[in-house]
Ligand binder design. Structure first.
Ligand code: SF4
Ligand code: SF4
Length: 277
């Protein structure tokens, strides 16, 4: 359980995953930037009274690719950028965006659901896990993808803590730029993983066919391999391995990242404690 406000933790990023931004078939960083930029500009005209809500919706229906990965989950048309620098994404109907006027009843879920919803990350991530994600990532696109993948974060903690022989202290993490960079190398795998399964619609370990979804397990036996110690990480990264060589390369990539993380953590820990003993 974490007390950190995961949705809008600070000025450098925010999350809008449960409003559906990653549920579009076209959900790369650039595709989402273009989608959210158009909405933000158009909604500023709604605020001025130059465009009606129905026109706003109509324009988006024509201009946006509406295809969703998981059809059962709604993707709300009122997510936009919340600041001019385009660092935070979120609800353009929220009272903080409209001089105190709460417009969320216009949305599909309605105000009550939107204002009370907390995703599983609030309950499942520990304070330490949430702190490290919030302290290290300053980028809305990556932040939303990582903070909502509980397995991906917990697997990282589990592997690194096994190697360093103690719990990760978020204060040690923020004290060292090389250590933060090492964490970022892991988190960035979510965007640049070379072994990503592109043959079907995926969200991390899940795959979707119409209204159905299931966990996409990796069939190690079919490539003559045994289960990787990084199996949970590979599933979170939506992996598919064409052969054992590909799996070996993936194992080496994660090994290197974990080696670097434990080395940098140990250095940072020594430095952090040097002035405290
Ligand atoms: S997915 Fe979780 S952290 Fe992200 S906006 Fe929704 S409730 Fe907040
Ligand atoms: S109306 Fe609800 S679902 Fe839509 S962007 Fe706002 S908070 Fe998200």
């Amino acid at each position: 359980m974490t007390g950190i406000h995961l949705c809008q933790p600070d000025d450098s990023k925010s999350c809008a995953a449960c409003c559906g931004i990653y549920n579009y078939v076209k959900n790369t960083r650039q595709q989402l930037v273009e989608r959210l930029r158009l909405r933000t500009r158009l909604f500023s005209l709604v605020r001025k009274g130059d465009v009606s809500i129905s026109t706003y919706r109509e324009v988006l229906r024509h201009r946006e690719d509406q295809r969703r990965i998981y059809k059962t989950i709604y993707a709300c048309e009122f997510v936009g950028f919340l600041d001019a620098r385009e660092t935070r994404v979120g609800c353009m109907l929220h009272p903080a965006q409209n001089d105190g006027h709460d417009m969320r009843d216009i949305g599909f879920y309605g105000k009550k659901l939107c204002e009370t919803h907390l995703c599983p990350s609030y309950y499942k991530l520990s304070q330490e896990e949430a702190s490290v994600v919030v302290d290290v990532i300053n980028d809305w696109y990556l932040y939303g993808v990582v903070v909502t993948d509980i397995d991906f974060v917990k697997s990282l903690f589990s592997v690194v803590q096994d190697r360093i022989g103690e719990s990760i202290n978020p204060d040690v993490v923020v004290s060292s730029e090389p250590l933060k960079s090492a964490f970022m190398r892991y988190f960035k795998l979510k965007e640049y993983w070379p072994f990503k399964d592109t043959t079907r619609a995926r969200f991390g370990k899940y795959f979707f066919i119409g209204e159905d979804y299931d966990i996409a397990r990796i069939d190690y036996a079919s490539i003559g391999a045994s289960t990787s110690p990084y199996d949970a990480i590979f599933m979170s990264l939506s992996s598919a391995f064409r052969d054992k060589d590909a799996l070996d390369s993936a194992n080496r990539m994660i090994d290197m990242i974990m080696d670097e993380l434990s080395t940098e953590y140990t250095k940072a820990y020594r430095e952090y404690n040097r002035y405290r003993t």
